[in-house]
Design a protein around this ligand. Structure first.
Ligand code: DCP
Ligand code: MG
Length: 359
């Protein structure tokens, strides 16, 4: 079987880093995001500066303040964190078809068959330049090892665990680092004298399986760096787009229309490749003076046919945008995407298309 290439990305001190980015005066300061200590609040996360004092997620804010008297508390702005999370996913979309978000700030990407290291570096770099945040990236042959890798040199880490390195990496780690081992299992393992993964691997496997059942099997597999779980493609992208900043600003409509046709072909191909169809076409035009205009059209039905996308897009360019200035950038995007496992009828009902037709 072909060896898999899995990337795990986990943002560093996610909520706190966003607050530091949005409020530059908080940079390099110990901050906690969460509830006010006066109101029995709890810390959701803390900046790495605050962690040095022992401030941790899920800690009572009051205790956090005692540990770090200069700690600055910021209220939770969930909407903002979700917005950033979506932007990160959009970056991932450029590199992987198969994306499994695990939480608001972490995801697995299956990049088997591609240059995982190059992709990992690019993702990290783009998160930095486009969002002003740092991520820790782990790359390996399965989910478990990729996640261990991203955790290894946090924050701002970049760790690759090769097949050859896996054993050396795992053996010295405490059993807590095994997937699914929380305080309870850790305690039970300790009762058997098992503190490190090395201890587990050397233990009588029958006893482990007797004692922990199915979970015992899993633990032993993880301890040996084995994990055959697939990255589950749970992420549903909302749009697919193509855009270009031209080398020189363009005022020739023929060129713009030709580009629109080429883009439509690419978008239709990308939809079909994934078995998707879309209903909304959006055109984005940035003029020479950087003024930016977008126009959208929702088509009567879902499509993956290039002529239909092209018709909508070219119609908007010719009739709905006043092309009096030279064009610097042109982008075409399709959105309102239907996935193959979504029933057609249901969606149409929701859209009210059949209203009044006696259905
Ligand atoms: N979170 C929360 N409550 C918790 C744990 C986490 O509200 N008990 C939120 C805040 C975190 C975000 O989820 O910013 C992501 O969780 P992580 O465990 O990835 O922690 P961080 O990203 O904050 O830090 P790290 O650099 O350790 O990943
Ligand atoms: Mg994180």
């Amino acid at each position: 079987m072909k060896e898999k290439q899995i990337i795990h990305v986990d943002m560093d001190a996610f909520y706190a880093s966003i607050e530091q980015k949005d409020h530059p005066e908080l940079k390099n300061k110990p901050i906690a995001v969460g509830g006010d200590p006066k109101r029995r609040g709890v810390v959701c996360t803390a900046s790495y500066e605050a962690r040095r004092y022992g401030v941790r997620a899920a800690m009572a804010s009051k205790k956090a303040q005692m540990l770090c008297p200069n700690l600055i508390f910021m209220p939770v702005r969930m909407e903002r964190y979700m917005e950033v999370s979506r932007k990160i996913l959009e970056i991932f979309e450029d590199y992987a078809e198969c994306i499994e978000p695990l939480s608001i700030d972490e995801a697995f990407l299956d990049v088997t068959g591609k240059d995982g290291i190059k992709i990992g570096r690019e993702i990290k770099e783009r998160i930095k330049t486009e969002l002003g945040l740092t991520a820790s990236v782990g790359i390996s042959q399965n989910k478990y090892l990729a996640k261990l890798a991203s955790d290894y040199q946090k924050p701002n880490g970049f760790t690759i665990i090769t097949k050859e390195e896996a054993e050396g990496f795992l053996l010295p780690l405490p059993v807590r680092k095994l997937w699914g081992v929380g305080p309870k299992t850790e305690n039970e393992l300790r009762k058997l004298g098992i503190y490190y993964i090395r201890d587990l691997v050397n233990y009588d496997q029958n006893i482990i399986i007797d004692r922990f059942g199915k979970k015992g099997f899993e633990l032993l597999n993880f301890a040996k760096g084995k994990d055959d779980r697939a990255v589950e493609n749970k992420h549903r992208r909302k749009s697919i787009g193509e855009e270009t900043t031209f080398e020189t600003d363009i005022d020739d409509m023929n060129i713009l229309i030709q580009y629109t046709e080429d883009c439509s072909k690419i978008l239709a191909y990308r939809l079909r490749e994934k078995g998707l169809q879309a209903r909304t076409v959006t055109v984005k035009v940035k003029f020479e003076d950087f003024e930016c205009i977008t126009r959208s059209t929702t088509m009567p039905n879902f499509t993956d046919i290039y002529q239909e996308i092209y018709l909508s897009a070219s119609n908007m360019i010719q009739n709905k945008i006043n092309m009096i200035k030279k064009v610097r950038l042109l982008g075409i995007q399709v959105s309102n995407i239907r996935y193959p496992d979504e029933p057609v009828q249901l969606l149409m009902d929701v859209e009210g298309l059949f209203k009044g037709e006696g259905k």
